[in-house]
Design a protein around this ligand. Structure first.
Ligand SMILES: Nc1nc2c(c(=O)[nH]1)N[C@H]1C(S)=C(S)[C@@H](COP(=O)(O)O)O[C@H]1N2
Ligand SMILES: [Mo]
Length: 555
């Protein structure tokens, strides 16, 4: 038993060394080539829709941490098993390492080219070397122990299996007792190993090997991680970026855009509070100096713009409310910011899209894609190649150095962060990331309302209580919000000033609350006169519908 435990530990330590060494190599070749990241990204890309939605609703923004945790547990189990079956004369565990290496290297190569497999290959080679060496020592120590553990142990251990199984119950019991006694000897030996009274030199060799290997694993892994982060981190250069003065500044904020009701979401969302959704396990670190935007495909002239090329172009600033298609009714995957950037319609016009093109497939530095109708990008709305957010360079996790922002469309079909390519194409020729996974090809934002206050079972007293929230119908605008209490009549709420049809608005209704439980519902009518539907639908395939509803208890 004791040697099985050592073998399991040897497997885990060797796997740790594999990952640690790979991490160190990946620091130089790009942190997204580390095996854990390669495997994690493959899992993210191939998770079935149902499971993904469940993970997002259950773990929220922690979904990535949970993924790594699950992968870690599986890695420990597999590595332990590999160690348990490895023997000097039979490299069964090493083959598990090889299988892991082949799968991961293949995923890395298909994702980002031949050199991406390097960290995995080197890591697996070192891991197998360690597993072989540790197993040799364990085998040697085990033989010595067996030899020294007395005749009875040797007896029971060397009795052929078939014979053992044919022995009587009593014999079997005795055999078990003997083995236990034998194991007892082994444990005693290991206990002695801890004290100075002399474990076998072979056993000390094993422990020393395990210590050296695990120390190296941790050192390599931590160094690799830190070095990788340091080498690729762009937060320093971002802090030094001087944004251009907008040639067309944002319209000044209307004084009544913010109703300033306690508990009500602020009109502008600070960058630090802005929701974040993307498939990236490591936030892409794209330096503005290596960044470029290539506009190609069905165009008259392919163009490529670097960061410096943007400097002498007109730059505009617009308020746009961004929303995620995965936002459930009442959810908070929505935010409103002031974006600084370059008009996409002008950039496209320079390339000259062909008349039969109908889609722009935008691609990010990490390979993610969105498919946006060409007509939407060229109909005069303020679609931007954004470089600034609320007066700062884009935060790295929101797409530094450049991203798309398109009023009126959900993020998954428009808001590509770390954007490097606009390919002019057709919907019948190209399919974007989420559309391939069952989401709708078109993603206009649906009219929505959210009740921010009151919420839940706070201690509310009867009397005047403001009911307030936000409402949005990007690029159509909002005409009205109505509120219903306990199946009563729909009452008109008061709307905040309209800043633009591309941003959300706040609303409030003063309510004379009476004791007892109450259910509050809300609904909005957009600028075209259409009231949002009461029909409850899930976020898949093109956004949730239904009235938001909260139940409150008044004392
Ligand atoms: N590169 C990249 N861009 C992306 C995504 C992504 O996964 N990768 N997700 C999109 C989705 S689904 C949304 S809702 C918005 C969210 O933008 P935010 O994280 O800045 O709020 O980004 C979009 N841009
Ligand atoms: Mo999204």
């Amino acid at each position: 038993m004791a040697d099985l435990r050592l073998r399991v530990v040897a497997g885990i330590v060797s796997a740790g060394l594999t990952l640690g060494v790979a991490e160190l190599f990946a620091a130089f070749l790009g942190p997204d080539n580390a095996p854990l990241h390669v495997l994690g990204s493959a899992v993210v890309d191939h998770t079935p829709d149902g499971l993904r939605e469940w993970a997002i609703t259950t773990f929220g923004t922690n979904d990535k941490a949970v993924l790594y945790l699950v992968m870690g547990v599986i890695a420990v189990l597999v590595a332990g098993a590999a160690g348990a079956v490895e023997r000097t004369e039979r490299a069964a565990g090493s083959w598990l390492f090889v299988a892991f290496g082949v799968l991961t290297a293949w995923l890395a190569v298909t994702r980002s080219g031949l050199s991406a497999a390097m960290p995995t290959v080197v890591g697996v080679a070192v891991g197998i070397f360690a597993l072989r060496a540790l197993t040799r020592r364990i085998d040697a120590a085990t033989q010595v122990l067996r030899a020294g553990a007395g005749r009875s142990t040797v007896d029971s251990e060397t009795r052929p299996r078939a014979e053992t199984s044919r022995t009587s119950g009593a014999e079997r019991h005795r055999g078990h007792a003997e083995r236990t006694a034998g194991t007892g000897d082994v444990s005693d030996a290991s206990a002695d190993g801890g004290s100075a009274t002399g474990a076998s030199p072979e056993r000390r060799q094993v422990l020393r090997g395990l210590m050296v290997a695990s120390g190296s694993a941790v050192t390599a892994g931590v160094t690799g991680r830190l070095l990788g982060a340091r080498r690729s981190d762009v937060s320093g250069e971002r802090a030094a970026v001087r944004l251009p003065e907008p040639t067309a500044p944002a319209e000044p904020l209307a004084p009544g855009v913010d109703l300033r009701v306690p508990g009500l979401t602020s009109y502008l969302t600070p960058n630090d509070d802005f929701y974040r959704i993307d498939t990236a396990l490591i936030v892409p670190q794209v330096s503005k100096d290596s960044w470029s935007l290539r506009i190609h495909g069905m165009v008259d002239r392919e163009i490529r713009l670097g960061w410096a090329d943007l400097a002498n172009r007109p730059v505009e600033e617009h308020l746009v409310t961004l929303a995620c298609v995965s936002n459930p009714v009442g959810g908070d995957l929505i935010g409103n910011a002031r974006w600084l950037g370059y008009r996409v319609d002008q950039l496209l016009a320079e390339a000259g899209p062909h008349p039969d093109a109908d889609m722009v497939l935008s691609r990010s530095a990490d390979g993610w894609t969105a498919g946006t109708p060409l007509a939407v990008l060229t109909d005069g709305r303020d679609a931007l190649l954004a470089v600034g957010m609320n007066g700062e360079p884009l935060p790295v996790q929101h797409g530094y150095p450049a991203r798309l922002v398109v009023p009126g469309l959900y993020g998954y079909v428009s808001a590509t962060k770390w954007v490097t390519e606009l390919e002019v194409t057709r919907f019948d020729r190209a399919t974007a990331y989420w559309t391939r996974r069952g989401w709708s090809a078109l993603g206009p934002i649906k009219t929505g309302t959210r009740i921010d206050t009151p919420r839940g079972r706070g201690r509310l007293q009867p009397g005047r209580i403001p009911i307030a929230g936000v409402t949005w119908a990007q690029h159509r605008g909002i005409r009205a919000v109505e509120v219903q209490i306990d199946n009563g009549p729909w009452q008109q709420a008061r709307l905040s000033d309209e800043q633009s049809i591309d941003t959300w608005r706040q609303w409030v209704l003063d309510w004379d609350a009476t004791s007892g439980p109450h259910t509050i519902r809300a609904r909005a009518t957009d600028g075209t006169g259409e009231t949002q539907t009461a029909e409850r639908r899930d976020v898949i395939p093109d956004g949730a519908t239904g009235y938001p509803s909260v139940t409150v208890q008044i004392a």
